[in-house]
Ligand binder design. Structure first.
Ligand code: BG6
Length: 478
């Protein structure tokens, strides 16, 4: 179904994110017929390019970052005709009248700020002063949304000078991932899980986002952030919210976001014994974090594992273990709900310990596995074993799984449709920083040195010990 006609301006249109994700994503939406033929995409950046140079850059980006079978030369050329470019100075006067001249009336106007947060306020102000944006326009802002509560508040304030909250789309691309939305479908579309979804039946929950990539190439940004700011404050926090929130009354922006906010506000401060920072160390063939980051003394963490507790009626006493890291053993994102033991075993002490585990694989190999206990086949008496009840979305959905849009495609189309459900509200982002700030401040105060872990491992030993002390085990990263 095509969306309404639109003019989308991408500030930072020649930057890395635009080339890797935004423009190839828009191209895929074009190919699927969702982008109207008149819709226009205007790249805006500091460089002195003209529209043809921009188109040629986008052509290369599509070929480099789209799946091979998406790249039909005729289609690419037709898509490129819908593109334009303006060379602009975010902090000066250059380019703004030209941009105004390119914008049409009577269509959805969206402005994607794919630039450093320090420019958000300047761009918002110039869009307003030059009367380019109006009360119906939408702005899209990328993470990082600040680096602490104070800076996030300042950003919210700057944007609020010229735009209403209903016009601001703060992206967390994890919310655009198909399986992440599936979390809500699984929880609230089935009667099976919700009655068990609480501390009475759930022993604990593990949220893992493991990556094999390092920070090479983005060392300068990453070294000032670290895993806590780069991943936990946003992506892992969003996963935690969707798993833990109360059922919203409707799948609508404020119903969902109100419930997520309540979860963040109910988080207890993290106990320092239940948090581990790590930094990847060199192996024979791989450089260490400090080399990648270009600072031989860096104390920035490339790994975090922590135990979060939610003080509310549903979750009191049930730990949520979160971990994320770079250069780990495998690329895998998973949410595992580990249920409690059955209250009584009719099979006697020899039957061993058996638990149901619901595992939701966010990526790769998206799907769900339920670990269930059955009788071991054979005549050897009543012996129990755990087996997976496995569902891979690609298998279950067949070819349709191929057409699943990537996170950015989905989110950009939501902006054009005016649907904020999968975007973070200002108060949500602030509440998330209010929870992470004391953790980061504690590290800074103590001059904390992250624990080394080998490239290709599962993370630092201390993270294993942290779980061990709680009488639990991390799930294998594989
Ligand atoms: C980004 C982080 O937001 O998410 C990166 O800045 C990280 O450091 C990336 O690698 C992970 O996203 P995905 O979609 O590859 O899991």
């Amino acid at each position: 179904i095509p969306v309404d006609d639109f003019d989308l301006v991408i500030f930072g249109g020649t930057g890395d994110l635009a080339r890797r994700k935004i423009l190839p994503g828009l191209y895929r939406r074009y190919c699927s017929g969702q982008m109207p033929d008149q819709a226009r995409i205007i790249g805006a950046a500091r460089g002195d390019h003209d529209a043809d140079e921009f188109r040629s850059m986008v052509r290369d980006a599509i070929k480099e970052f789209s799946k091979k079978n998406d790249c039909d030369d005729d289609k690419i050329e037709a898509f490129l005709k819908q593109l334009d470019f303006v060379s602009i100075d975010a902090r000066g006067d250059k380019g703004w009248p030209e941009l105004k001249g390119l914008m049409r009336d009577g269509v959805v106007k969206a402005f994607y700020f794919s630039v450093a947060p320090s420019l958000f306020g300047d761009i918002a102000e110039r869009l307003h002063l030059n009367e380019i944006a109006d009360a119906q326009s939408r702005i899209v802002v990328e993470k990082p949304f600040g680096r602490d509560l104070e800076s996030a508040k300042a950003l919210n304030k700057d944007l609020a000078k010229h735009f209403e909250e209903t016009q601001i789309y703060r992206i967390d691309h994890y919310l655009g991932k198909e399986t992440v939305q599936n979390l809500m479908a699984i929880r609230f579309g089935n009667i099976l899980f919700e009655p068990l979804w609480n501390s009475q039946y759930v022993d604990h929950i593990q949220i893992t986002v493991a990556e094999t990539v390092g920070v090479g190439g983005r060392g300068e940004y990453y070294d000032k952030s670290g895993a806590m700011r780069d991943m936990v404050q946003n992506h892992l926090m969003q996963l935690l919210c969707l798993i833990a929130m109360e059922p919203p009354a409707r799948f609508e922006p404020d119903s969902v976001r109100d419930e997520k906010l309540k979860v963040i506000r109910a988080l207890e401060p993290v106990d320092p014994h239940h948090i581990v920072r790590g930094q990847y160390a060199a192996t024979e063939s791989e450089a260490d974090y400090r080399t990648d980051a270009g600072d031989p003394r860096s104390r920035t963490e490339s790994y975090v594992a922590l135990r979060a507790m939610i003080s509310n009626w549903r979750w009191a006493g049930t730990p949520f273990y979160l971990r994320t890291g770079k250069k780990l053993k495998a690329r895998t994102s998973e949410i595992a709900v580990v249920f409690k033991d059955a209250p009584h075993s009719i099979f006697g002490p020899d039957a061993g310990r058996h638990r149901n585990i619901l595992s939701i694989r966010v990526q790769p190999n998206e799907g769900i596995t339920m670990q269930v206990t059955i009788k071991e086949p054979g005549p050897g008496g009543m012996r129990l074993i755990d087996v997976p009840l496995d569902m891979t979305f690609a298998e279950a959905l067949g070819e349709e799984a191929e057409d699943i849009p990537d996170a950015y495609e989905r989110l950009i189309m939501d902006v054009i449709r005016g649907n904020q459900t999968l975007f973070m509200r200002g108060d949500e982002v602030e509440a998330a920083w209010a929870w992470t700030d004391p953790i980061i401040q504690g590290w800074e105060l103590r001059n904390d040195v992250p624990k080394p872990y080998d490239v290709g491992s599962s993370g630092p030993e201390d993270a294993l010990m942290m779980m061990h002390r709680d009488g639990r085990r991390w799930r294998e990263i594989k």
